[in-house]
Design a protein around this ligand. Structure first.
Ligand code: SF4
Ligand code: SF4
Length: 541
């Protein structure tokens, strides 16, 4: 399907904006900070920089030795005696967390094999930057103080013999699980290597070793319910798409199905499972391809992984509209808000066509600026990706600083009078999805030769104004809501169908009249031949 008359200007704009945006993004990034600002601290084996922290764990400590041995740990001295050991988890077991980077945690062990204290010294977890406070993170790791490393440490669940339970961080379960596995495994290794477990029953330690599965497999196991619900919903959505013509011919049923799915998207995918995709996922993926790509980085969040896999498939088959029209929680909130407003009779307001088409380009420029920034520093791009209101409206359910809340709420208010305003003009994720969607395999949205010439019904009804006045659907902008397909099959609304219906009705009436005339001519003959059989009989005799 053609992209309409704006294809050429957009392409030109694209390439001009590409250069400009990358330069602008890099310039902002260079002026704001360097990636190295956020790099894992390079202690060069000198752990004494954490002396103050270590003193909090061992108040009598007066000296910290160098990191040494295998696994590397430093002796803590007090009055000439060793009183414990400290080490950094990322030196021993650098498990990638939610951000794809390890969380650097300082762990102290006493000589009895207990954890004397834990402190996070560096992390790049986006969920934490977005809303879970540093205090919550520190409160989480503080739970490890006093735990016996022979115990099996579990995040959440019921306490049992030989098991220590720590409470998860609400909204950052994966981060909590990664920290837990890192602390548990490294503490066990260091304690064993330093002989802190000598002479004691080794069986609990063996139990700990049982859980040697990669962290992502633990997370997938722990999230079976959510995975099951999501996969079921995606199968249902696939069926909806495959039987779209059948559904579009039944508008009331489609309305229930679609609105029901949108509510599911907001409540389950967004608020409950917090699986709102973000442009940051795209940037992380692009950067990972160029560097140390590891599937573990993406498998760590099963729902996001499944959603992205599904989106990749639908991009190839149908374009970006399947995600934007059905699976994006913020898109669904906007759509439901606008539907409610229109039912309440709120008047809609739209930009003139020429302005509307030019504004489409804005989201591509936002994307390019973020991409340019990410070349310099992914962390900085993450901060500026707050242009997406997703974290505020979906992940954090508006429980955030008022500046972010006002921004997200303003976008929703605008969507009351201008349907999916944010999606149409601002969303960098929508822009990122539109790029590969150009190479989709199928065009399953039906059109008639009268579309746009002169009929404008679908164009006026399209939720994102993706139909040009000449009738073509711009699949880069289409959200696959199927509204135009409902009209396509509506015999009382789609003008060519109305005309055809009228022609059929006229034809049927003409046939009826002709039949009536034939019958009325035949009527006298029939009365003459009332005793026809006799006559025939006679004729045949
Ligand atoms: S354009 Fe952005 S906000 Fe809108 S539905 Fe798509 S991804 Fe969601
Ligand atoms: S009305 Fe048609 S063209 Fe417009 S978003 Fe919906 S499916 Fe796409």
């Amino acid at each position: 399907m053609s992209t309409g008359p704006v294809t050429v200007p957009l392409r030109v704009l694209w390439w001009c904006a590409l250069l400009l945006a990358i330069v602008t993004g890099s310039a902002i990034a260079a002026g704001t900070g360097d990636a190295s600002d956020n790099a894992v601290p390079d202690d060069g084996g000198d752990i004494s920089r954490y002396y103050v922290l270590v003193q909090a764990f061992f108040p009598a400590a007066d000296h910290i030795g160098p990191l040494a041995g295998e696994p590397p740990a430093a002796e803590v001295h007090a009055a000439g005696r060793v009183v414990g050991y400290v080490y950094l988890t990322d030196h021993i077991l650098p498990i990638p967390a939610y951000s794809g980077k390890p969380i650097s945690t300082l762990v102290a062990l006493d000589l009895e094999g207990h954890i004397a204290g834990v402190r996070i010294v560096h992390h790049e977890e986006p969920i934490l930057l977005a809303g879970v406070s540093e205090q919550q993170l520190h409160a989480y790791v503080a739970q490890y103080q006093g735990i016996d490393v022979r115990d099996r440490i579990k995040v959440g669940g019921r306490p049992a013999e030989g098991m220590a339970i720590v409470d998860a961080i609400s909204g950052a379960t994966i981060t909590a699980m990664v920290i837990n596995q890192t602390i548990a495994k490294t503490a066990q290794r260091v304690a064993e290597a330093r002989g802190l477990l000598d002479g004691l029953d080794a069986s609990p330690v063996a139990a700990l070793s049982d859980d040697s599965r990669p962290i992502w497999r633990l997370v997938w196991h722990e999230r079976q319910f959510r995975i099951g619900v999501l996969v079921t919903a995606l199968v249902a959505l696939t069926l909806i798409l495959l039987f779209q013509d059948w559904l579009a011919a039944r508008p009331r049923l489609l309305l229930y199905v679609r609105d029901g799915f949108l509510v599911f998207t907001v409540v389950f995918i967004g608020w409950y499972a917090m699986a709102q995709l973000s442009v940051i996922n795209v940037l992380t993926f692009v950067h990972a391809i160029g560097r140390d790509f590891r599937w573990e980085t993406f498998l760590i969040d099963p729902l996001m992984f499944i959603l992205w896999s599904f989106v990749a498939m639908t991009l190839l088959l149908w374009g970006r509209g399947v995600y934007c029209g059905w699976l994006c929680p913020f898109g669904a909130v906007q759509e439901l808000t606008n539907q409610l407003a229109r039912r309440l009779g709120v008047r809609q307001w739209e930009f003139p066509e020429v302005v509307h088409e030019r504004l489409w380009a804005l989201k591509y420029i936002v994307l390019l600026i973020l991409f340019g920034m990410s070349l310099q520093s992914l962390q900085l791009a993450e901060q500026y990706a707050e242009v997406e209101p997703f974290k505020t409206a979906v992940t954090l359910r508006f429980q955030r600083e008022w500046g972010y809340v006002i921004y997200a709420a303003a976008l929703l208010v605008i969507s009351i009078v201008n349907r999916k305003f944010y999606c149409k003009y601002v969303c960098p994720l929508g822009a990122a999805l539109a790029i590969p969607a150009r190479h989709r395999l199928f065009d399953w949205l039906r059109r008639r030769k009268d579309c746009g010439k002169p009929c404008q019904i679908c164009a006026n009804e399209c939720e994102v104004r993706a139909i040009s006045p000449t009738g073509e659907i711009n699949v880069n902008e289409c959200h696959y809501c199927l509204d135009c397909q409902v009209t396509f099959w509506n015999e009382g609304k789609c003008p060519p169908l109305v005309q055809r219906g009228k022609r059929h009705a006229r034809g049927a009436r003409a046939r009826e009249l002709a039949q009536e005339m034939v019958l009325s001519f035949r009527a006298p003959e029939s009365s003459d031949t009332e005793s026809g059989p006799d006559s025939d009989d006679r004729a045949s005799r």
